[in-house]
Design a protein around this ligand. Structure first.
Ligand code: SF4
Ligand code: SF4
Length: 478
């Protein structure tokens, strides 16, 4: 009887090690491949000992009973995070304040021209930023694009071509219904279903809906794309009531090359796709007789990750990105605002906050130390892990890409395979898993980042200091 129990337990253990081994080969996780292999060896050895050295049968059975008890404890479900279930306002600790878009490091560097009125106004109010920003500006936006890969032209051209598309779509971002178009008379349930299905049909991988919380609308316009400088510093107001939040999955092969050029090429591609999808949706709303406003890289009015949280698409992790149940941090967010009556989704709890408290992987691997290893702090009335955007951006300028190491290394960003879905289910539901899985993850996959090999067609040459970089990304289109 004991032998049968032991055999079944060892077979289960072998199965887990085998799946880990196979999946990790596919994922280029060398350490996990080795651990999976060692696990299989241990299973074979254990079964041999159990059958051929009878004196060891009982101790081995006890060992597997202990492991079984641990497995059962993992299955005890706990309460979901009540803060996460309330969405972003679950983390509000005082009255929230809106963020002025002109303070964003991207906006400062892309937009403010030396000697212009906005430049003088901004640095008169924020004198401590003028010298560091001047130095950043002198390097060009993102420094020399792809400099880490010696400006490898094929990948760099992918970035340029992808970022050009949103530039053409920006003028169509704000849509108001035509005077002769009556608002479609759809019940909100039906409208919601059509909106979600259509957004998926156009290309979104996940769609959520929420009422737009004004806390996430920029207080003032800072980013000027089409020379409409009269808008600079004006209050942003009167946006449509509902946010249709759409996600795109970042291709893992590209992301795992972070911080090299395949990862920034993938980001750029998704900005282009997102601009297309959000504009299509905005135009659909217009033809349905409602306002439709596409939020993409050429027309941002709102801070996207918190709105995605309110729309029930995930939680925000230590790294400051949205973490979703299927793709972790490997997503890009696009939004279309509308006043068509829709049914909002409910925020979700997937265990991110509790996991991040123990994990720290992104913070430990961040080359610019922009991600805190400490606790959440108050930021405009909300408790969050505050990212140092300026130092992060400085690293981007050094490597000439958008880095993305934190996105790549996050355990939630692994492929949406059965194996990882199984683990994510435990993290979402088991209090014990939230506590111990970050340590198990570090043991199996390691703590430090190393860029993975990319498919041949994306393969970039090793950087040679003696060569010059052919492409500089300082064009105002970006
Ligand atoms: S993108 Fe890179 S530099 Fe920026 S926070 Fe993430 S790991 Fe750090
Ligand atoms: S790497 Fe770890 S700490 Fe960072 S966001 Fe992902 S789970 Fe949280």
């Amino acid at each position: 009887m004991i032998l049968i129990f032991l055999t079944l337990a060892i077979l289960a253990f072998f199965g887990i090690a085998f799946v880990l081994f196979l999946e990790s080969i596919h994922e280029q996780e060398k350490r996990a491949v080795l651990i999976g292999f060692i696990g299989m060896l241990i299973a074979v050895l254990t079964i041999a000992l159990a059958y051929f050295v009878p004196i060891l049968t009982d101790p081995l059975a006890i060992l597997f009973v202990i492991a079984g008890i641990f497995g059962l404890l993992l299955c005890i479900p706990g309460k979901q995070n009540p803060k996460a279930l309330k969405g972003t306002m679950g983390y509000a600790v005082e009255e929230t304040a809106r963020f002025d878009e002109s303070h964003s490091v991207f906006v400062r560097l892309r937009g403010l021209k030396d000697g212009s009125d906005p430049y003088k106004t901004f640095y008169a109010q924020n004198p401590e930023l003028e010298i560091p920003d001047k130095k950043r500006r002198a390097k060009g936006f993102l420094g020399k694009l792809g400099s880490i890969d010696n400006g490898y032209q094929s990948n760099v051209a992918m970035v340029h071509s992808a970022f050009e598309l949103p530039h053409f779509l920006g003028p169509f971002a704000k849509g108001t219904p035509y005077p002769d178009t009556q608002p479609a008379n759809l019940p909100p349930e039906k409208a919601t279903k059509i909106v979600k299905k259509y957004a998926e049909h156009v290309g979104a991988v996940s769609v959520g809906i929420c009422e737009l919380n004004p806390a996430w609308v920029y207080s003032k316009r800072g980013e000027i794309h089409y020379d409409n400088w009269d808008d600079w510093g004006k209050e942003i107001k009167d946006l449509p009531k509902y946010a249709v939040v759409m996600l795109l999955e970042m291709n893992r092969d590209h992301v795992m090359a972070a911080p090299h050029t395949p990862s920034v090429a993938e980001s750029a591609l998704n900005y282009a796709k997102g601009a297309y999808i959000s504009t299509m949706m905005a135009r659909w709303f217009v033809h349905m007789g409602y306002r439709g406003e596409a939020e993409h890289t050429r027309n941002y009015n709102i801070i996207m990750p918190p709105v995605a949280v309110d729309a029930g698409l995930g939680e925000i992790g230590r790294l400051g990105y949205l973490i979703t149940p299927k793709f972790g941090a490997r997503t890009r967010i696009f939004i279309t605002l509308t006043d068509m009556p829709l049914i909002p989704d409910k925020p979700m709890s997937i265990g991110v906050e509790e996991f991040c408290e123990k994990c720290m992987k992104c913070a430990d691997s961040c080359p610019s130390k922009s991600i805190t290893t400490g606790s959440k702090t108050r930021c405009r009335g909300i408790e969050k892990w505050k990212l140092d955007e300026d130092s992060c951006f400085d690293y981007w300028s050094r490597v000439g890409t958008d880095c993305s190491i934190c996105m790549a290394i996050c355990p939630f960003s692994r492929p949406n395979s059965y194996f990882h879905r199984f683990i994510r289910w435990y993290v979402a539901n088991s209090p014990l898993a939230k506590k111990v899985f970050p340590y198990i993850d570090n043991f199996i996959y390691g703590k430090r980042w190393k860029a993975r090999k990319v498919p041949d067609w994306l393969s970039y040459p090793k950087r040679s200091e003696s060569e010059d970089y052919p492409t500089i990304l300082n064009d105002s289109h970006y």
